[in-house]
Ligand binder design. Structure first.
Ligand SMILES: [Cu+2]
Length: 150
């Protein structure tokens, strides 16, 4: 084998290698923000707003401070108007309690010495029981209150 014969091959090979490595196209692949169109499922019936009460109920924010202790809520009855945004500020003066109002998707733990807040829209009329959702002793099952939405 002659060196003159090998040289062009070597050169060609080195160009190829350098050609590949010298241009590192650093494409920073940022994840394309695929905006998934919100599938708005419109009800076939066409949303007909129900129950237009004769008295124009002014929806407002109703705030309540509730103290939880073994084994009661104080106050244990709260009354709001349908459509009101209900804001509950809950404190426990002894052990860990909780508050659960399943109809409105409320379930919050109330740690002693801490303030827990929950907010929901009382969009359904009726009398709903709220209950302690964290076992807190012998009287736990009777630790309930009433939410009246009129
Ligand atoms: Cu409890």
């Amino acid at each position: 084998m002659d060196i003159k014969f090998l040289l062009p091959i070597f050169l060609a090979a080195s160009i190829l290698v350098s050609g590949c490595t010298s241009s590192p196209t650093t494409t920073t692949t940022t994840a394309p923000t695929t905006t998934i169109p919100a599938t708005t499922t419109t009800t076939a019936t066409g949303a007909t707003t129900t129950t237009s009460s004769t008295t124009t109920t002014q929806a407002s924010v109703k705030e309540f401070s509730i103290t939880a202790s073994q084994w009661k809520f104080e106050p244990n009855t709260i009354t709001v108007k349908q459509g009101d945004t209900v804001k509950l500020t809950l404190t426990s003066i002894d052990v860990t309690h909780g508050v659960s109002i399943p109809t409105f998707g409320v379930n919050k733990q109330i740690d002693p010495g801490k303030t827990a807040t929950v907010q929901f829209v009382a969009d359904k009329k009726g009398t709903f029981t709220f209950a302690c959702s964290v076992f807190c002793g012998a009287g736990h099952s009777g630790m309930t209150g009433k939410l009246i939405v009129e």
